[in-house]
Design a protein around this ligand. Structure first.
Ligand code: FO1
Length: 324
């Protein structure tokens, strides 16, 4: 292609960050002039010890910036936990959230800038000046949204922050409901709607369809923008053969009464998808009005991930070509 292609990607955390790394590797060869805008989920965000933590934005920033803990997919490489150990020595709770010393510096910068009145989008831009992720990273909104999960166990029925459900409860306690608190008052962050409307391609990586992609789509205006964009919208199934590739998407899908399958997730994006990549294990999937293509979807290594990103770009190009 070679002209200035604009690719917009809605992203959650670890799966999306790895997909983006493959996408950038593919675009570097296919179209070096391409520009990628990432719209990141911010409803996983949590305030701990007075510090604002943005797990999905940081995972994308660290992964593409070369600072991520590769094995975990989150947090920093070469991390130490002296601050966390000292907090524990003071009996501070919670201790279930791994706060690394290097990571704490990111949260201090973010918290200080937000306290000075900078919106999250400006803070994210400032942090990315250091990390140079090679994409424009936008929070889905500058307003505060936090996913809480209603659980019922021997401690009774209560709402817990998503991070507590995800990390301390390991999503093993069934979610009665999953609520993105504050979503109705959230507005798309500056640049978000334009990045969708003016994109040449929009990609939905294999992020969690409920708490990541689903939450971004729940920001008033974003789902409509995706439905209206002339760009081809191509998604990558996060479910292979009835099981989530990673994370606990099945626990989230069960909470909203959706079957854990490539077809069911594709239907969640009804009215938005022009193309849907599924794994060979789900080759028979059909979705009305959507071009479904099967290929291996396990992001087992960077080369495999790049091939998946390339297949998504190819599908988008084929959809545009078919429109004539
Ligand atoms: N995930 C864990 O499983 N355990 C942790 O202790 C943990 C700490 C953590 C700290 C900073 C950060 O940005 C992410 C962290 N995560 C941890 C991952 C996080 O829960 C997930 O990346 C997302 O929120 C889910 O997509």
């Amino acid at each position: 292609m070679g002209e200035e292609v604009d690719v917009t990607v809605l992203a959650g955390g670890i799966g999306a960050a790895r997909f983006l790394r493959g996408l950038l590797a593919e675009l570097a060869e296919r179209d070096p002039a391409a520009r990628v805008t990432v719209i990141g989920n911010t409803a996983d965000d949590i305030t701990l010890f007075g510090l604002r933590v943005c797990p999905d934005l940081d995972t994308v920033m660290y992964t593409l910036g070369g600072g991520v803990h590769e094995g975990q997919g989150w947090g920093r490489a070469g991390e130490t936990f002296a601050v966390q150990d000292e907090l524990a020595a003071y009996g501070m709770q919670p201790q279930w959230f791994g706060l690394g010393d290097r990571d704490v510096a990111t949260h201090i910068v973010r918290t200080q800038m937000m306290a000075a009145g900078y919106p999250l989008s400006a803070v994210t831009e400032a942090l990315c000046t250091r990390w140079q992720p090679g994409v424009r990273l936008l929070p889905m909104t500058d307003e505060r949204v936090e996913t809480h999960v209603v659980v019922e166990d021997d401690e009774g029925r209560r709402a817990v922050h998503f991070q507590e459900w995800w990390i301390r409860l390991r999503a093993a306690v069934p979610a009665r409901s999953i609520v993105p608190i504050g979503i109705e008052d959230a507005r798309p962050a500056p640049g978000v709607l334009d990045a969708i409307a003016s994109a040449d391609v929009v990609l939905l990586p294999p992020s969690n369809p409920v708490v990541s992609i689903g939450t971004i789509l729940a920001v008033p205006g974003i789902r409509d923008a995706l439905a209206a964009t002339p760009a081809p919208v191509v998604g990558v199934s996060p479910i292979i053969g009835g099981a989530p590739v990673r994370g606990m998407a099945d626990a989230c899908l069960a909470a909203i009464g959706v079957e854990t399958s490539a077809a069911a997730v594709g239907r969640l994006y009804t009215g938005l998808l022009d193309g849907w990549l599924v794994d060979d294990a789900d080759a028979g999937v059909a979705l009305d009005g959507v071009v479904v293509r099967a290929r291996p979807l396990l992001m087992r290594d960077p080369a495999a991930t790049r091939a998946i990103a390339a297949a998504a770009l190819d599908l988008a190009a084929d959809i545009v070509a078919a429109r004539g």
